[in-house]
Design a protein around this ligand. Structure first.
Ligand code: IVH
Length: 694
């Protein structure tokens, strides 16, 4: 290769890798697999090694990706957070072992002890403990400094806030991986689907997004978890990595029980082989194995390169893939009318399970891959739970195959589909009469998190619908026992079925006591999920007030955006919906809340607007926000001409401070804020009053 060719290739690889790095770290939307990324990186590394003078200053080989987020104060790491050298091959593990032994002057035949762990696919975190107290949690960021996400991390129940053991050092740092368990991820996506929202791509990205949520209360609802795997500090009393992991366990940290001490390279290879399939039984995603020299003295001798330790290497499993026939494409119609195409595959074994179907997401995805019926497709299941189609084998395409035509009409009711500008999904607009939409809405209404109607599962809903008895939630409350005779079709099971009918009717009756916020969620108004329903119920207290609310009024409420507001206004402008609501109300459902709005501590801060920045000693940011609101003040996220006070903690961003000073905003320290609170006497309770029913 000539120097000119190398220059062009280096430039191209650098740009491509930086582009993918940004997608991965900043936008949480990777477009290529880890494997593909690592292969490109390797190519660049090799070229740079061959032509060292051509390395560009922004070369991705010189830095770890950045996940910095400006909304969180940035903190410098006491010890840089490095990455690990990656490999996909057994030979490279052998080379690593040879190199390590050579570096410490050991004989080639000697056996080094390695502590093997799984490589957890989450978001790395550094936790700092002072005198046994968790004082700070920092993301990797660019490896040198990261985001202070302490308040959010404190919501993770398995992370001790205070160590209860006796033998911990006064100052130490522990690193690990925050993750969203697969079961939590699946439940969250189901909920997103129910609410007609776009689902999340995978647990790792969802974890990363969750950690950066502005409100730690919202983070708490994400049920994140954490495994710890690396203890750092000065003069720690442990000789091996294994001993430090055992200490972490003793101190109450969650260490994955999957680690193993391997006394030879053969044992390391056994460990790798064992977990290649076994990892799919674990509650979280893993994408490889991390092999670490166990002895701390040897680790120290080996040291670090600029990017990674010389005492550890990551072996990454290749995403498993299999080729199979695309036999057909079917379509699912959701409760909101959204159409999801599904690939029907000739059953194939993949990563320990039989795969028969794979989601194709939307029409664009089919077009992007360029699929045709009869193609031999590649199905991949990496760490992911849901298999995906990554491509097809051009050489096996039948000569007579035709470009794929996406459906134009609803597969259930034959109505012409619509696709709104800017949306990837097609919709069936026949809300009222399309059977899967009707049944989907009923299932949502009866769901555990909504009206929680016992014995009203999908099968019963289908039977009630097919008998023409129930089309809308209001119809449920008109059901009579005599109408349900058709349940007793099987004489053998007559007694059971009679019991089922009684239970169903009792369940429907009991649902009349469900609180207003649940009713509001159960109505299935688009974009009104559980949290939004709670917020609206607390704010408006009854359906009358909510019904009269304008878009402006609605968007004035914290966390209610334009899209939700428009959807609510459209819902209440629909006469059929109003007729439904009136029937539900007549049946005795709760359309008024009996919990009063939050009682204010005082109105000392009424009319004052605050911005909070940095970290505080005696109060978390979240608590500080609650305190301001409980005393009548408002909290904004950015400094503007409307800001009265900036409450400044440690490590606040200089830009915010500068802007505040320019605009003449009063800057308060934590103690000055509390002094301000004391300046006026608290006034008596201020609570909202309730309105009438419509
Ligand atoms: S040890 C000096 N152990 O992999 C590096 N890392 O590619 C020490 N990771 O940033 C890291 N599981 O986020 C280590 N058992 C494990 C791991 C692990 C996942 C992540 C970690 C790190 C990245 C490096």
């Amino acid at each position: 290769m000539t120097e000119a060719e190398a220059r062009a290739q280096i430039e191209q690889l650098t740009n491509t890798l930086n582009y993918h790095n940004d997608l991965y770290y900043k936008h949480n939307k990777p477009e290529i697999s880890d494997y593909a990324f690592d292969q490109l990186l390797k190519q660049l590394e090799e070229l740079e090694a061959q032509f060292p003078t051509l390395r560009l200053p922004n070369s991705p080989t010189q830095r770890v990706g950045s996940d910095l987020d400006n909304d969180f104060p940035q903190v410098k790491h006491r010890y840089p957070m490095l990455s690990l050298a990656n490999t996909y091959s057994a030979e490279e593990i052998q080379d690593f072992d040879k190199r390590a032994k050579k570096n410490i002057g050991w004989h080639e035949e000697a056996s080094l002890a390695y502590l093997c762990e799984l490589k957890f696919d989450g978001v790395s975190i550094s936790l700092i403990y002072e005198n046994g107290l968790l004082v700070r949690a920092i993301t990797r960021g660019d490896g040198v400094q990261g985001d202070d996400v302490t308040a959010n991390v404190k919501t993770i129940r398995s992370i001790p806030l205070q160590i209860q053991a006796a033998d911990f050092p006064p100052l130490f740092e522990v690193r690990g991986e925050i993750f969203m368990p697969n079961a939590v991820f699946e439940a969250l996506n189901k909920q997103m689907e129910d609410e007609g929202k776009e689902t999340y791509a995978n647990p790792r990205n969802t974890t990363s997004g969750s950690l950066k949520l502005k409100k730690s209360t919202e983070v708490a609802k994400r049920h994140l978890d954490c495994y710890l795997y690396y203890l750092l500090g000065e003069n720690l009393p442990f000789a091996t990595h294994e001993a430090s992991l055992k200490a972490l366990e003793r101190w109450g940290f969650q260490v994955s029980p999957t680690y193993r001490l391997c006394n030879s390279l053969t044992e390391v290879m056994d460990y790798i082989a064992h977990w290649e399939k076994g990892r799919f039984e674990l509650p979280l995603e893993t994408d490889g194995v991390v092999i670490k020299v166990n002895d701390f003295a040897l680790q120290q001798e080996l040291g670090f390169t600029a990017k990674s330790p010389r005492w550890a290497i990551a072996y990454k499993y290749k995403a498993e893939s299999a080729a199979t026939l695309l036999e057909g494409i079917t379509y699912q119609v959701g409760r909101t009318g959204a159409i999801t195409p599904v690939a029907e595959l000739k059953p194939v074994q993949l990563a320990g399970t039989t795969v028969k179907r794979a989601s194709l997401h939307n029409a664009d995805e089919i077009e992007r891959i360029g699929l045709r019926l009869g193609d031999t497709v590649w199905v991949e299941k990496g760490g992911e739970i849901i298999p995906k189609i990554t491509g097809f084998d051009q050489s096996k395409r039948p000569t007579d195959s035709q470009p794929f035509q996406y459906i134009t009409h609803c597969p259930a009711c034959q109505t012409a589909l619509v696709r709104n500008a800017g949306e990837a999904q097609h919709y069936c607009p026949n809300e009222r009469l399309c059977p899967p939409q009707i049944m989907g809405r009923l299932a949502h209404f009866a769901h555990k998190k909504a009206m929680n109607i016992n014995n009203l599962g999908e099968e019963t809903i289908r039977l009630l619908y097919e008998q023409g008895l129930v089309l809308t939630p209001a119809d449920l409350y008109d059901l009579k026992k005599e109408q349900l005779d058709f349940f007793y079709k099987d004489t053998q099971k007559k007694k059971d079925d009679r019991l089922k009918v009684d239970n169903l009717l009792n369940g429907i009756e009991a649902s009349k006591q469900m609180p207003f916020e649940k009713v509001l969620f159960a109505l299935g108004i688009r974009f009104v999920g559980e949290t939004v329903a709670k917020k609206l119920a607390a704010h408006f207290q009854n359906i009358d007030r909510l019904r009269e609310a304008t878009v402006e009024e609605l968007t004035g409420i914290d966390e209610i955006g334009e899209r939700i507001a428009q959807s609510l206004v459209a819902y209440f402008a629909d006469e059929e919906q109003i007729a439904q609501l009136q029937r539900l109300q007549a049946a005795g459902l709760q359309f008024i809340t009996d919990t009063p709005t939050q009682t204010l501590e005082s109105d000392t801060l009424a009319g004052k607007t605050f911005v909070i920045s940095g970290v505080f000693t005696n109060i978390s940011r979240e608590e500080l926000k609650d305190k301001i609101e409980a005393n009548g003040g408002k909290v904004q996220s950015g400094v503007s001409s409307k800001t009265n006070y900036l409450v400044a903690g440690e490590n606040m961003g200089p830009a915010k401070l500068e802007k505040a000073q320019k605009l003449g905003v009063v800057v308060l320290s934590e103690s000055q804020f509390f002094a301000l609170l004391q300046t006026e006497k608290p006034s008596p309770n201020l609570s909202a009053q309730q309105g009438n029913l419509f």
